[in-house]
Every structure is written in C-alpha cells, then in structure tokens.
Ligand binder design. Sequence first.
Ligand code: GN1
Ligand code: MG
Length: 375
Amino acid sequence: MRTTGQDDPEAVLRIAGRFRIGDRATAAVELRAGHINDSYVVSTVNGNRFLLQRINGYVFPNPARVMANIVRITRHLERKLGAGSGRRRLTLVPAANGEMWFETTAQDRRADWWRMYELIENTTTVLRASTPEQVFLVAQAFGRFETQFVDLPPPPLHETIPGFHDTPNRIETLDRALSAAAASPAGNHRRRRAIAEIRSIAAHRELAGRLSAGTAHQLPRRIVHNDCKISNILFDRATGEALCVVDLDTTMPGLAAHDFGDMVRSMSHRAEEDARDTTGARVDPELFAALAQGYLDGASSLTEAERRSLVDGALVLTLEQAVRFLTDHLDGDVYFRVERPDQNLDRCRVQLALLESLLARDTDLRGIVGGPTTT
Ligand code: GN1
Ligand code: MG
C-alpha cells in the first residue's frame, strides 16, 4: 500500500540543499496533497519557502520527459504572462548543477528524480466545489490555460504517460486486474467487496468508446492540462481569485473534452473525491452551468466539434476515473496513495454515483453546453 511520511526529514533537507535556494534549508514539512508525487514545503533561514517534490517513478517511468515538458511549459507561460506574473505561474528552481531537477542515486538510499518550485505564498486550495462562482473561476482558469498553449512553438510536448486517456484500454486493464485478483486470497477479498462496482462498470463499458475513432478524428489534439481538478488551482487568499494552475505533470497533447470531463467529475457536485457517503455525488445543474460557462469563456479557441464533444467527455472521464480507482483497489493500492483501507473503492463509488446522475440528466446537460449533440 502506498502511504505518506516515509522520508527521513534530514535526507529531504539535504536534497533541498542541492537546489539554488540562496540560503540554508531549515525545515521540510510534508504536504499531503495529490495521490502521486511526494511533496514537501521547505523553509530557509531567511524565511523563504519552496515546494520540493519527488517524481513518482512508478507512475512516470520517464521523468526526463516530464521535466523537459515542464521546463517548456513554465518558460512559455513566463513569456506570455510577462513581468509581474510571478504569482500566476509556477517557477522552477534550478539545481546547483544547473539542471532543473536533481537525481538521487541508489547510494543516497534510493534513485529518484526531484524538482523544486518557488512556493506561491498566501494562497489556498479547495478539495470540493462549494459555490457556482468558485466553479466558474476554476473552469475559466483551466480554459485559459489551454488557450495559452495554442501558440506553443513546435515540437509537440512529450506524452508523459502514453495512452493516458485511452479509456477502452483502461477497461482492458481493469479486466486483467479482475483476473489477477481472482487468483489470490487477498485479491479475492478485495474483489468481493467491489461486486456492485464491477457490475456497474460492466453495464456502462460501451461509453468508453465515445471519444475514440469516429468522433475523435474531428477533434483537434491540443495541449491540455489532463488533471483539471479543483484542487489543482491556487486561489489568492486575499481576493479569492483563481490565481495559478498547478500540477503540470500530465500537461500534453490531448482532447479538450478530457479536461472538461475532469472538471465535471471533480466539481459539478459537492462530494469529496473519497466520500464514504455518495449522496452528495450528484450533478448539480447550477454548478455544471457555471463550470460550462467558465470553461467556454476561458477556452476561447474551442471549435464547434469540440464544444459538441464536451458532455461525452464528462461521461467518458467519470467512467474512466471510476475504472482507474477500481483497478487500483483490486491491485492493492499501488498507484494512487491511500490513507485508509478501501479508499480507492470509495473513490470509485463516488465516480459511479456521479456517472448515474450525469446519464440521468444527459439531455439537460447537452442543453446547457449548447449546440447539437454528437450522439
Ligand atoms: C492523480 O497527482 P494527482 O493526485 O493530482 C492522477 C490523475 C487523477 C487524479 C484523481 C498522473 O492526480 O490522473 O485524475 O489523481 N494523476 C496521474 O484525483 O495519474
Ligand atoms: Mg496530477
């Protein structure tokens, strides 16, 4: 099981010292945000603060590609946003050797890639949607983020995780996890607790192909964020403004519908991602409308075909995320970090409850997004 808090604080401080932080690092506090990388807030003698992250080598077997993308993304945003934009974009801190990352080796106990960002002070993050106004701002910020990359000079960004949104393939991976689970007592125990979810996904599996083949060929591949959840926006503590888009690991070529879908799965309802009680995991038309308006406002270069694909993106992504959480539950929680047993199963349940409610309101949602339907 992947858990947090495994690093020796002294070792983290030593790694922090390999970056150009100007003075001495005195404290490193783990930040329990995100399911993938390990993050630490590092403070220095003079009170400067940084975010130090270990890139998860299981999830990102090619961290050089992740970092090459992030260097290009952050430089592009710096050029576009101009002077005085330091709080609106992430800034990498170079390592002492001039690279934008630092690699530990087996001699340092384990081989890992680390990177550091300047910490953007006086910001907050939220884990679940509360008001339409807030959802509008988040969706607008992610929409603008996509627009900012329309003129990224070639070559295309690397695909940091190949087949990331190949939903039919995600379902095949789930099928393999089910067979593997059936072969061991522990696996069977996990499988038995998920019978209802396994059935529900089987009933909806034809949705997985909605954005493949036929539809997808009319849809441009553009730079998308690929993890557009509400917790990946920093809000200004004083003004409440959606200040900065964070978590750039999966920013790469993809479909706008996938970003829209990620937003719907994370903020068109009021449930936490891992709520044990799924009653809040129902689409709220008011939040959905605010989300669609914010996104369409920010993503100003969207084509008509892309706009028509958005509701399908919501269905596909919500199903895909349920499939990914269930697969990890069956695999024994090796991908998404968990803090308690069955957390990935609860995450799956929230997505499935939301999916049912999206399907029940399909026509309304298409009306809200506008334009004729794709199906
Ligand atoms: C993961 O890194 P983090 O926790 O923001 C995952 C996303 C999922 C998300 C679910 C590389 O994101 O794809 O949508 O969890 N990232 C990766 O909350 O798999
Ligand atoms: Mg992420």
